[in-house]
Write a protein that binds this ligand. Sequence first.
Ligand SMILES: Nc1ncnc2c1ncn2[C@@H]1O[C@H](COP(=O)(O)OP(=O)(O)OP(=O)(O)O)[C@@H](O)[C@H]1O
Length: 257
Amino acid sequence: MGGLRLRGVDVHFGGLVALDGVDLDVTPGQVVGVIGPNGAGKTTLFNVICGIQRPRRGELTFEGRPLPRRPHGLTRLGIARTLQGVGLFAGLTVLENVVTGATADARAGLGAALLGLPRAGRDERCLRDAARALLAELGVDDYADAYPTTLPYAVGKRVALARALAARPRLLLLDEPAGGLSEAEVDELGELIAALPARADAGCAVLLVEHHMDLVMRVCDEVTVLDFGRVIAAGPPDRIADDPAVIEAYLGEAVTT
Ligand SMILES: Nc1ncnc2c1ncn2[C@@H]1O[C@H](COP(=O)(O)OP(=O)(O)OP(=O)(O)O)[C@@H](O)[C@H]1O
């Protein structure tokens, strides 16, 4: 079975129930959003999917296989993630940062590289070309030789996205990608995210955990709403926006698409 599937996921912190019987599905070709008020459990859910936080109970699978218990196992399963903030390697250029994301893809060439065989040079060139193409796709190839500390924040976020895509994931996990961006930058990011499932030869499903309600409502096919660790609504954005439980959870705040 394809996609990400969570059933009955519980996380407790001492006496506090951070996630309570959470079910979630991300099917191939979809962008799925998780929203909820402060403290609803969004970060905990992201962490549990990534293997940073152990669930107390629950079933978590991707393409029918159990999710890894540690974050470094994700790539092997075909899952990539970006984190809050930017999180690039400061000592590497933008291009080199993106190449590091692709190394799983280049595993076949690694043996040759370790043995110093000629193939290694060819692989390295291919990786750099692929990284450059990704930077161009995301509109930041002008920064290929720059170092992360010199980048405008929004550019850094795009580079982090390029690095995640370099692994050619079938599922991309995005944790608050709109954090710290201007409204215009959020709009542009929305277009990029919405286009990810249909990328030529490397489309991926997306799980978007995000505060920014407008972005989620605009780009997601399905939205799950958490409140106090429980799923209070799940469905297409237009239905979620009219759901009384969702409106109440946001203290009567208007939910607009
Ligand atoms: N390591 C921890 N130890 C104890 N309690 C925690 C821990 N991490 C989260 N919590 C609590 O679990 C609940 C869910 O927190 P979480 O950060 O997942 O919510 P969130 O929806 O991401 O919130 P926000 O939108 O404010 O980031 C909160 O009550 C929080 O205080």
